[in-house]
Design a protein around this ligand. Sequence first.
Ligand SMILES: Nc1nc2c(c(=O)[nH]1)N[C@H]1C(S)=C(S)[C@@H](COP(=O)(O)O)O[C@H]1N2
Ligand SMILES: [Mo]
Length: 196
Amino acid sequence: MTTDVTGLYEEFGDERLPPGQRKTESFPVLSKGNTPKVDDDWTVTVSGAVEEEREFSAAEFMDLAPETQTQDFHCVTGWSKFDCEFTGLPFPELVDAVGVDDDAEHVMFHAHDGYTTDLTLAECDRREVLFTWEFDGEPLPADHGGPLRVVTPHKYAYKGAKWVKGVEFLTEAELGYWEKRGYSDSANPWNEERYS
Ligand SMILES: Nc1nc2c(c(=O)[nH]1)N[C@H]1C(S)=C(S)[C@@H](COP(=O)(O)O)O[C@H]1N2
Ligand SMILES: [Mo]
């Protein structure tokens, strides 16, 4: 079963295609460097302002409460891809599994290539924010962040870390890799929040 989650982020804009974007059928790859090698036996570490820091094995993580979603993908460089089918774990399910402290305000994602990105907990704790390992019914290709990445259809795609290895709950904001280099920290495509 596939859940269409495109309605979940309609609150940000009436038009499905955000301003200044053009639709593409292809799926370009955008990475700051080379595709890192990630072990087939990958793990995800959950740390910071949580009840108990925890490392999940791939099997444990994929067993939590996966679902398949149809959602869109908006790249800050100007292309959007509609109806991507991703299978993975909705962010709120991870929150349920680990128990997050009351003073947690932000979430920093850490990736195997050294990439980081930060979202407020409120903007992250949404069902369409998905840790995904499958795209269109196939294992997520390595160039697109396989074995595990995050997708954020309500934000420009740089808010979704590819090759994710850690999720850190923070009590204060920190800037991620692109956010330190001039990209918008809020990254709302319907307001064209591209640069800071
Ligand atoms: N780990 C990591 N995640 C990343 C990046 C990266 O360089 N490293 N690039 C970001 C950017 S700028 C975009 S637009 C999307 C691109 O995802 P794609 O290559 O699957 O299209 O991944 C984001 N996540
Ligand atoms: Mo990007």
